[in-house]
Design a protein around this ligand. Structure first.
Ligand SMILES: [Zn+2]
Length: 537
């Protein structure tokens, strides 16, 4: 069996084998694998080897010459298959160094060893070439493979490919001028500009990649994962930095916007809380062009269509929640009633009051130390003021007595400026004190609480949902066929529905009170709109 590889030519291997067969007085057949590599791990990709193995199985091959055992396979698994076949069919193996009998335990061991050595060799070889590649890249050579669009590989270095680079620049320019990736693609295809890959047309993804790639502003990172090292490789600049940066900004903005649109398109305020009261399934939502609705995904119509469903329900029956709920109307009614309950809840008011008291106590403590500081600075400022006033008086006296030389106007101006400054600082201290006193006034926490609840009406959708997550457990939806209405049982995580205050001393609220738990459930009823059965529901 021969292979073209490494130093030994096919002919040498073949002649060696034939010589051996003559020497032993055997008939010979040459199994020439040509360029097929023993690196190849799949037996399937080596038809000659497969033929050989099947002849061995039939008992037609009793002696096998290979130039070197690693010609058979460098792959552990493949090699063990081959070895097992050779051994179980009593094939004697010869190599350029002599005869190997696989039934002889020593030879067997040797074969195994040789194969392991050749595998080890292979590992070292790939390791060496990997490191070699990294160091080449470090020296500025291209890593190999097809060069990125806009470049060509010249003497293993990236150089500009003018035929392509003009289009790279055009892409950046168009995008910067507000044109879309679709428009860029249209232009490229119209001009029969082809990408490097097999496909004759540009994909949006490949254009996006070009618009994102730092290689066009002159660098890219090459990482050797095994070594964990990264080298920054310089490349010929095709696009200037300002253009490149602006393009990145536009891409990011576009993506952000897309993300937001997607979110609002699929936003459901209540869906995640809603459970079908008939079958226990989580409710679904659908936002279509003409109608937006919540519905039970197991309702009859869908049910009949779903042939693959294997559940506990009888085929064809489905869920009896056959009417869907209009999203806008449901959201409005449920949100309003939740806010009303929250606003009236004594439990939540009490919680809020406690929180306010805690804050007030804290700020009182803080304000005592602030007020001390203010008093101190007031004293020192007043002292400053007296000094400046005294200086001005002395100065004016010396002018009057004509004891003074130099420009009196300049000095007077400076002294007056100093005076104003100190006065200003003093009034600042006064204001701060007033502010501090104001903040210590009695806090009307109930007003604050109600304002706080009312302000939730202006929440964004996301904020509303976040608030609901804090107070809601779930919403169980029922449909009453006879009355043609839905009922929504809102379950709160606290018993805040119609909770009450009980005063310890009914005549004297000031003696304190306790909060009596209410219910944690509240039911909203929604009649189904007449004729309001939306399509697809
Ligand atoms: Zn259901």
């Amino acid at each position: 069996m021969v292979q073209s590889e490494d130093g030994t030519s096919l002919d040498t291997q073949k002649m060696d084998g034939i010589r051996k067969s003559v020497e032993l007085d055997f008939d010979h057949v040459v199994w020439n694998e040509g360029g097929k590599s023993s690196h190849s791990s799949d037996i399937e990709t080596r038809p000659v080897l497969v033929d050989l193995l099947s002849e061995i199985e039939k008992g037609n091959v009793k002696h096998l010459y290979v130039y070197n055992t690693d010609r058979l396979s460098r792959n552990d698994q493949t090699w063990s298959i081959i070895r097992w076949k050779l051994k179980s069919n009593d094939v004697v193996v010869y190599t350029n160094t002599g005869r190997i009998d696989l039934s002889n335990p020593l030879d067997d061991l040797l074969m195994g060893l040789l194969s392991e050595i050749s595998q080890y060799d292979n590992k070292i070889r790939t390791e060496r070439s990997r490191r070699g590649k990294f160091f080449k890249v470090q020296q500025g050579f291209y890593q190999g493979g097809p060069p990125p669009y806009g470049y060509k590989n010249e003497k293993k270095r990236l150089v500009e490919n003018p035929e392509e680079s003009q289009w790279v620049r055009k892409m950046y320019e168009m995008y910067l001028n507000g044109q879309s990736v679709h428009e860029i693609r249209r232009l490229l295809n119209q001009n029969q500009v082809t990408p490097r890959r097999k496909k004759p047309y540009w994909s949006l993804g490949s254009i996006n990649k070009i618009l994102r790639n730092t290689i066009y502003v002159g660098w890219y990172d090459y990482t050797d994962k095994k070594m964990g090292e990264t080298v920054c490789v310089e490349t010929p600049v095709l696009v200037d930095r300002i253009t490149w940066d602006s393009v990145q900004t536009r891409i990011n903005k576009t993506q952000e916007r897309k993300h937001q649109i997607n979110r609002s398109k699929h936003f459901y305020l209540l869906r995640d809380f809603m459970v079908c009261g008939h079958c226990g399934q989580k409710m679904s939502g659908k936002i279509g062009a003409n109608n937006h609705f919540y519905y039970c995904p197991r309702k009859e119509r869908n049910w009949v269509k779903d042939d693959n469903y294997e559940g506990t329900w009888d085929r064809g029956r489905g869920c009896s929640m056959v009417r869907s709920l209009n999203i806008g109307r449901t959201d409005q009614i449920v949100w309003d009633s939740i806010l009303k309950i929250v606003k009236e809840s004594k439990t939540l008011r009490e919680q809020y009051r406690q929180e306010v008291l805690r804050k007030v106590t804290k700020s009182r403590e803080k304000s005592v130390s602030i007020s001390k500081k203010l008093e101190k600075s007031r004293k020192s400022l007043k002292k400053d003021l007296r000094e400046v006033e005294q200086t001005i008086a002395d100065f004016e006296t010396s002018i009057l007595l004509k004891r003074h030389s130099g420009d009196p106007e300049q000095i007077r101006e400076k002294l007056n400026q100093e005076l104003e400054l100190v006065k200003e600082k003093l009034s600042g201290v006064d204001q701060e004190e007033k502010h501090l006193r104001d903040s210590q006034r009695w806090v009307n926490w109930l007003d604050q609480f109600e304002n706080d609840v009312d302000s939730k009406k202006d929440y964004s959708d996301e904020e509303k949902k976040e608030f609901l997550e804090g107070v809601l457990e779930k919403i169980v939806v029922h449909y009453d066929k006879d009355q043609n209405k839905h009922s929504l049982e809102i379950e709160f995580n606290l018993p805040i529905v119609q909770d009450e205050l009980s005063y310890l001393n009914p005549g004297r609220p000031i003696d304190g009170w306790e909060v009596l738990e209410g219910s944690s459930r509240f039911v909203n009823e929604l009649p189904v709109n007449q004729g309001g059965r939306p399509r697809g529901s």
